[in-house]
Ligand binder design. Structure first.
Ligand code: HEM
Length: 130
């Protein structure tokens, strides 16, 4: 490949070019309101798990884990908020918080549902989850 230009930046032939996959979905020109966590977001394509022959082998597992974790957690909370600025890892490929302190506001028990925050909290505490 010869000399190229991307977004007005000249790239001489033979230059190493690291791809910052972790920032791809955070480009406000491409994704509306990228810092907002929106589970109903309609996306035009997804790059966080890579692309092509090196597409993440664990993508289906990671998506299933997230789906299960949210489905278990959300019925028990009315609100959650980040209470301290997160610290971020320094990876070029998979970007994510190293620490993200959060506060959870419990949902009210649903009468007759057999499901309440206090019970979930007790069982999580017994399992060693803070
Ligand atoms: C949210 C969680 C995850 C994210 C965001 C993620 C992201 C990525 C990305 C961006 C790549 C491509 C790297 C590249 O192109 O060089 C990748 C590759 C890979 N991921 Fe994941 N990953 C996640 C979870 C997992 C899990 C749970 C597993 C295994 C159980 C896994 C196994 C792999 C493997 C083996 C590759 C290499 C594939 C190859 O080079 O052919 N990942 N992942």
């Amino acid at each position: 490949m010869g000399d190229s230009q991307v977004a007005g930046v000249g790239i001489p032939a033979g230059s190493p070019v690291p791809l910052l996959l972790g920032s791809a979905s955070r480009d406000a020109r491409y994704v509306e309101n990228p810092d907002h966590f929106d589970m109903d977001r309609r996306q035009r394509g997804s790059i966080p798990f890579g692309h092509g022959i090196h597409f993440c082998l664990g993508a289906a597992l990671a998506r299933a884990e997230a789906r299960i974790a949210l489905a278990e957690l959300l019925p028990h909370v009315r609100a959650m908020r980040v209470t301290q600025k997160p610290t971020w890892n320094l990876s070029l490929t998979v970007r994510g918080p190293v620490t993200c302190k959060m506060e959870f506001e419990p949902a009210s028990p649903r009468p007759g549902s057999g499901c309440c925050w206090a019970r979930a909290h007790r069982s999580h505490t017994a399992a060693g989850v803070a």
